[in-house]
Design a protein around this ligand. Structure first.
Ligand code: 3PG
Length: 214
């Protein structure tokens, strides 16, 4: 039986959630195996290419050790399609009641994106306390997360956008950051070359990042 997941357990699984953009479904399974081989099991496959949904489906079927979710969920239709493809969680770049409600109805854990205090309040009003801070670097980075520790002390964040292996540790050292998201684990040229060893190496480095919050 599949393990029961929550937004928090997804965030706690590893220090980094890879944000994955696939242009070829044939890359999906090898890429997922490469990440899992490096210790990264939670995979966010974005719906920003037509290959996103079939890639989620392929990974869900062929790589049971992976916990594959859908990124770039922007509507209830996206959420439904993601769940139907086998996504175990959803990540949205922003937050709307419609996306929140659809994910609740589908029992799909959701990491909603926020970039302002008002958006945090909106998401909290609907019961979401584990949030993606997006786009993190562009919207205030570490200083913004520190400023939110006061009024939103109970909120836990997954900052995403502009984060790399080099600056991830600074974010992970904050008490309100459980994990970070980023596309650096799955570079496009590496996918195209089929360099799965490189992806495993990047995953291994990311999995070894220290973190403070839990
Ligand atoms: C996302 O799509 O969530 C972000 O664009 C990922 O940001 P990055 O490419 O800067 O890691």
């Amino acid at each position: 039986m599949a393990e029961q997941l929550t937004a928090l357990s997804i965030m706690q699984n590893a220090p980094v959630i890879p944000v994955i953009v696939l242009h070829d479904v044939d890359h999906a399974v090898s890429m997922a195996k490469a990440l899992v081989g490096g210790g990264i099991r939670v995979l966010e496959v974005t719906l920003r290419t037509p290959q996103g949904l079939p890639s989620i489906e392929a990974i869900a079927k062929a790589v049971p050790e992976a916990i594959v979710g859908a990124g770039t969920v922007r509507s209830s239709a996206d959420a439904k399609a993601a769940a139907a493809a086998g996504a175990r969680f959803a990540v949205s770049p922003g937050y709307t009641h419609a996306v929140g409600q659809a994910c609740r109805d589908l029992h799909l854990p959701l990491l909603p994106g926020v970039a302002t205090s008002s958006e945090i309040m909106q998401a909290q009003e609907d019961g979401f306390n584990e949030l993606k801070f997006f786009p993190a670097m562009q919207a205030g980075g570490i200083n913004m997360l520190k400023a939110w520790q006061g009024p939103f002390g109970e909120v836990r964040f997954c900052p995403t956008g502009g984060i790399t292996q080099a600056n991830a540790a600074e974010f992970l050292a904050l008490k309100n950051v459980v994990c970070v998201g980023g596309s650096w684990l799955v570079p496009t040229d590496t996918l195209e070359r089929g360099d799965w060893e490189r992806i495993t190496l990047l995953a291994r480095e990311a999995a070894a990042l220290p973190r403070k919050a839990s």
